[in-house]
Design a protein around this ligand. Structure first.
Ligand SMILES: Nc1ncnc2c1ncn2[C@@H]1O[C@H](COP(=O)(O)OP(=O)(O)OP(=O)(O)O)[C@@H](O)[C@H]1O
Length: 228
């Protein structure tokens, strides 16, 4: 299977701190890959490079076979809006907007008319068990509801790749499992590739495959388990 999203030998430092030291990663169409590893090992940096948020100093990032690391910020922003979805741990909902406006945001930014965008947003809210919350602000939601709203927003533009960075990190384990069940079901239904950064083995078990990031390089889980 050819990769849909891929990093080849990516290198990136923050000042004197190396974050990626030749990281290679790939995920195929519809594949759910968990990215595990110790704190500070480079997981989020890898995700940000794959998503075109950060640009590596060396190496390549490819989406659907095309290099994206050389694109300017505007082109990467368009790529993210058209093809990628995001679910992060904290602070991703805009507090001034209602729940339905938050979910509709990727469509509104993409130029879809407001009435149609809000209608689609309400469809996602219903699907994720959030009917009745559309007029609320994000501060009026529980943690699990807020993550489901974030998931709805991450999926509303039918992304080719969903980038999820510790999506259950702020939730208790039962609520986290509910969010993961919904995320995996939505991704499977739409054939969305998921890059899932998590510390939690229980969350990683939702993935088709796991990789481990250590000191800025990526290792297959099987190699880790055999000690190489
Ligand atoms: N914006 C930044 N400025 C400076 N250093 C950074 C920045 N972002 C990350 N780093 C450093 O880069 C390294 C990799 O960080 P990264 O956030 O990718 O790790 P992580 O594996 O996602 O960690 P965690 O599991 O704790 O979220 C760390 O040493 C971190 O301190």
């Amino acid at each position: 299977m050819s990769a849909l999203i891929e990093a080849r030998d990516a290198v990136l430092s923050f000042g004197a701190t190396p974050a990626l030291r030749g990281a290679s990663f790939e995920a195929g169409p519809g594949e759910i890959v968990a990215v595990m590893g110790p704190s500070g090992s480079g997981k989020s940096t890898l995700l940000h490079c794959l998503a075109g948020i950060l640009t590596p100093e060396k190496g390549e990032i490819r989406f659907d076979g095309q290099r994206i690391d050389g694109l300017d910020e505007q082109a990467r922003s368009t790529l993210r809006r058209q093809h990628f979805g995001f679910v992060f741990q904290f602070g991703q909902l805009v507090p001034e907007l209602t729940v339905e406006e938050n979910v509709a945001l990727p469509l509104l930014l993409g130029g879809i008319r407001r009435a149609g965008a809000l209608r689609q947003a309400c469809g996602w809210l219903e699907r994720l068990g959030l009917e009745g919350t559309q007029g609320r602000r994000s501060g009026e939601l529980s943690g699990g509801q807020a993550q489901r709203v974030a998931l709805a927003r991450g999926m509303i533009n039918r992304p080719r790749v969903l980038f999820a960075d510790e999506p259950t990190g702020s939730l208790d384990s039962l609520t986290g499992e509910q969010v993961m069940d919904l995320m995996v079901a939505a991704a499977r239904e739409q054939g969305t590739t998921v890059v899932l950064v998590t510390h939690e083995p229980r969350v990683a078990m939702y993935a088709d495959r796991e990789v481990i990031v250590r000191d800025g390089t990526v290792h297959a889980l099987t190699a880790e388990r055999s000690g190489s």
